[in-house]
Design a protein around this ligand. Structure first.
Ligand code: BES
Ligand code: MN
Ligand code: ZN
Length: 500
């Protein structure tokens, strides 16, 4: 979709549809009032008759409104004017987009930019709108034999601003919003692909494509021979059980000062997690194609940074494998040596994410990172603890945790800290190796992070467990593209604070 910014009054827009807000109870926004006046009180009449209360998410589509130049007017309920917060604003935009989607409108001018949102300005509103609209319009059809594209798809969306003085700010917000949204789409598309198509090799080729697309990126792909010779015994123990060759992908984006140490993003890329010899139960096992959402999120975030040509140095590291049962697969009780030299007793082959991540975390040292953030669909326990709203956040550096919590609030792509206390570390004790790969009963998300923390001692590190947020299950099954928005916001904040 093409997004632009314009200033002008609603009745003078020569366009398919004009969108205006109505607050609860039955209160017209400025744009709605102007349209009402032009049309001789049509809107206030309809509202008096009870056609629209103004409750959050309600919509009313009008045709041929007199003395306007548009074909349609869409009124969107926003709830009480003083109560519009981040979440409500997102809901308003989704409601608008889904009504527009089925209306046959191809070009829209929206005055929802005038809605006051607590503590948020114009840029934020535009950025959020773009994310919410693209989210609502997204579908994954590439593998259906019949392509059912809408006959008249929405293709042009104009954000109205109150004066010419706001055009520059608005245009910059559009640029950001579109880049982030494109990153989210890349993440979703990769994640929604099935395990037989999106293999480790496929992810590596995808990264190579990005290198061609963005001049300031450099991609490296290590194969199993390289990985073996680096001493990554933990990584190798997982990939040995699969016919697909595991890879270690790196993508470096150099947009900042040469002397600036990079932000390193490490993404779990298990393209299918069967559990291995500790085989998973059958129910919803298909969803384990999403076990590479961390990797996809890293690619999406790096591509957004590169698209925006941000003045920052960002490195993506993606350990990618398939976790399968096989004659060569690890068995419970096997002991392997990680690249760090620490030995691991594999008590459950389904705790494979941490095994590939621990070697990737050791590998990250070579980039002299300013901070390392790993992103992983790591534990079912995180879904139990936090559900689908925030990602689980843990780490060894308070300021980094603080920055990520803040980026989460600002982007709406939230995370929530769990206590990474030393008290939990002893759950990983093993009688036969330096540590076990599982922590037994209780606090599964934290003990997984405890495991990773032992490989992240040399730098500032945070871990995002995205098991609950990376995709939705059920009828609306599909990837969410999280936490691309959170990660890009984090990098934007660093730039604003002059830490690029
Ligand atoms: N990829 C899974 C985690 C997962 C499971 C994410 C379900 C989302 C939904 C991970 O590799 C895994 O299997 N973790 C185990 C760890 C356990 C064996 C300690 C889990 O969560 O059950
Ligand atoms: Mn697993
Ligand atoms: Zn997994």
């Amino acid at each position: 979709m093409e997004y632009t910014v314009k200033s002008g009054s609603p009745e003078k827009q020569r366009i398919g549809c004009v969108v205006a807000a109505v607050y609860a109870p039955r209160t017209l926004s400025a744009a709605a009032k102007t349209l009402d006046k032009a049309s001789g009180g049509l809107i206030s009449n309809l509202i008096r008759r009870g056609e629209l209360e103004g409750d959050l998410g309600g919509t009313l589509l009008l045709h041929n409104v007199e003395n306007t130049l548009c074909d349609r007017v869409l009124l969107v309920g926003c709830g009480k004017e003083k109560e519009v917060d981040t979440r409500a604003f997102r809901k308003i935009n989704s409601a608008m987009a889904s009504t527009l989607k089925s209306s046959g409108t191809t070009e829209v001018a929206s005055f929802l930019t005038e809605i006051p949102v607590k503590r948020r300005g114009l840029s934020w509103k535009i950025q959020q709108s773009i994310e919410a609209i693209d989210e609502t319009l997204y579908s994954f059809n590439q593998l259906k034999s019949e392509q059912k594209a809408p006959r008249r798809p929405l293709r042009k969306f104009v954000f109205s601003v109150s004066g010419r003085g706001q055009l520059a700010e608005g245009e910059e917000a559009v640029r950001r919003g579109m880049a982030i949204s494109t990153g989210i789409k890349l993440t979703k598309d990769l994640a929604n692909l099935p395990g037989n198509i999106c293999t480790p090799d496929y992810l590596a080729k995808q990264a190579m494509t990005m290198q061609k697309q963005f001049p300031r990126t450099k991609v490296g792909v290590l194969d199993e021979k390289d990985i073996e010779s680096l001493g990554m015994g933990a990584f190798m123990s997982v990939t040995r059980g699969s016919r697909q060759a595991g890879k270690l992908i790196t993508i470096e984006y150099k947009g900042g000062d040469k002397k600036q140490n990079p932000v390193v993003l490490v993404g779990k890329g298990v393209t299918f997690d069967s559990g291995g010899i500790s085989l998973k139960p059958g129910a919803a096992m298909d969803e384990m194609k999403y076990d590479m959402c961390g990797a996809a999120g890293v690619l999406g975030a790096v591509s957004a940074c590169a698209e925006l040509q941000l003045p920052a140095n960002v490195v993506g590291i993606i350990p990618t494998v398939e976790n399968m049962p096989d004659g060569m697969a690890s068995k419970p009780g096997d002991i392997v040596t990680s690249m760090s030299g620490q030995t691991i007793e594999i008590l459950n082959t389904d705790a494979e994410g941490r095994l590939i991540l621990c070697d990737a975390l050791t590998y990250a040292e070579k980039f002299n990172p300013d901070v390392v953030i790993d992103i992983a669909t790591l534990t079912g326990a995180c879904v139990v603890a936090l559900g689908a709203h925030p990602a689980g956040l843990m780490g060894n550096h308070k300021p980094l945790i603080h920055d990520l919590l803040k980026a989460g609030k600002n982007s709406g792509d939230r995370c929530w800290e769990l206590p990474l206390w030393d008290d939990y570390q002893e759950q990983l004790d093993s009688n036969f190796a330096d540590m076990a790969n599982i922590g037994g009963k209780g606090a599964g998300t934290i003990t997984a992070a405890c495991f990773l923390s032992r490989f992240a001692k040399k730098y500032h590190w945070a871990h995002l467990d995205i098991a609950g947020v990376a995709w939705s299950s059920g009828k609306e099954k599909g990837a969410t593209g999280r936490p691309v928005s959170l990660l890009v916001q984090y990098i934007l904040q660093r730039i604003a604070d002059n830490r690029n």
